[in-house]
Write a protein that binds this ligand. Structure first.
Ligand code: SF4
Length: 322
């Protein structure tokens, strides 16, 4: 079996709070194979961004990795020295974050920064600039010669996001971590970016971890999907299987609440009643139990373990059976 590009085993991350440790990620297993695109979906506060920060070595000082391993490029990234981690970012690992303002230095032009991002390429600046111009074309940025001399604050959020995607792709990474990369874009640009990510995977053979709350984008782009709820993975399946046969009650509710299913008219969009639990003191049994319409006494007492339903399809719920 081919070794995964990214392998996460039993990862737990908590934050120090005045009320006690907040368990943002609990016992997560995840792997991304060579050339594979894996999606992560779930509501805000389900641990997706903490997971991304842990992989990138960008957790804040209040966070602590309590257990687990993050294997990438033959190394465990947990505890890797800061300098080693810095070399990996922009080398084998690239992040496209939710906030494109953090991707660029405000005091340098975009052209200079995108040229610097390619410092490992061993080609002339003219070649680097030609690659930038080509990449601008691919992410839908017009008038490249003028844009290269502009500063980050001169761009709109959507345009800066496309620049951030261009910056990530220019480094030819082994793994791209895209954390809500299309949130600031309209539907036309989103479709363009989805197509670009897929083409990049096909042509460069890189792997992609795609975190999004936009289920349509996940359905179009990903090969496999993980569903996270309250810091745990509740379901994992190949993309078509997950959207056709969601097994976990949380996944079923999440898909039923997708705004893309809104048929119009005056019916309110369905929502999942209740809130993600307080992770300082999470429910003892199933973390979805307080909101689950199918919950039983066992769900409140006993934490469900993943059950394999089909090849590569598992759900952590007491009601599912192989
Ligand atoms: Fe609902 Fe129980 Fe399944 Fe949790 S284990 S999702 S509470 S049925």
């Amino acid at each position: 079996m081919t070794a995964p590009v990214l392998g996460i085993e039993d990862l737990s991350v908590s934050y120090t709070t005045p009320h006690g440790p907040l368990q943002a990620v609990s016992g997560v297993d995840l792997s991304v194979g060579p050339g594979e695109i894996v999606g992560i979906i779930g509501e805000s506060g389900c641990g997706k961004s903490t997971l991304v920060a842990a992989i990138m070595g960008m957790l804040p000082g209040s966070a602590r990795i309590g257990s687990g391993a993050i294997r990438f490029g033959g190394r465990d990234l947990v505890g890797l020295p800061r300098e080693e981690m810095r070399k990996l970012r922009g080398g084998g690992l690239a992040l496209v974050s939710q906030n494109p303002m953090t991707a660029f230095n405000p005091v340098h032009t975009i052209g200079r920064q995108l040229t610097d991002f390619q410092h490992r390429e061993g080609v002339s600046n003219a070649v680097k600039r030609a690659r930038i111009t080509d990449m601008f074309d691919q992410v839908g940025i017009t008038d490249p010669s003028r844009r290269l001399h502009a500063y980050p604050h001169e761009f709109s959020g959507g345009m800066l996001q496309r620049m951030a995607i261009a910056a990530a792709l220019l480094t030819r990474p082994q793994l791209i971590i895209a954390d809500e990369p299309t949130t600031a874009l309209d539907v036309t640009l989103e479709a363009q970016i989805i197509a670009l990510l897929r083409r990049t995977r096909d042509e460069q053979g890189c792997s992609i971890l795609f975190v999004s709350h936009h289920l349509g984008a996940v359905a179009q782009l990903c090969d496999r999907v993980l569903v996270m709820y309250a810091g745990v993975v509740v379901e994992a399946a190949p993309v078509a299987e997950l959207f056709r046969h969601p097994a976990h009650p949380y996944t079923q509710r999440l898909l039923a609440c997708d705004p893309a299913l809104d048929a119009g008219g005056d019916q309110p969009l369905p929502t999942i009643a209740g809130q993600v639990p307080n992770l300082v003191n999470p429910p003892e049994g199933c973390r979805f139990a307080p909101r689950c319409l199918c919950a039983t006494g066992r769900c409140v007492r006993e934490r469900p373990q993943p059950v394999e339903l089909a090849p590569a399809h598992a759900a952590a719920c007491h009601l599912v059976a192989p």
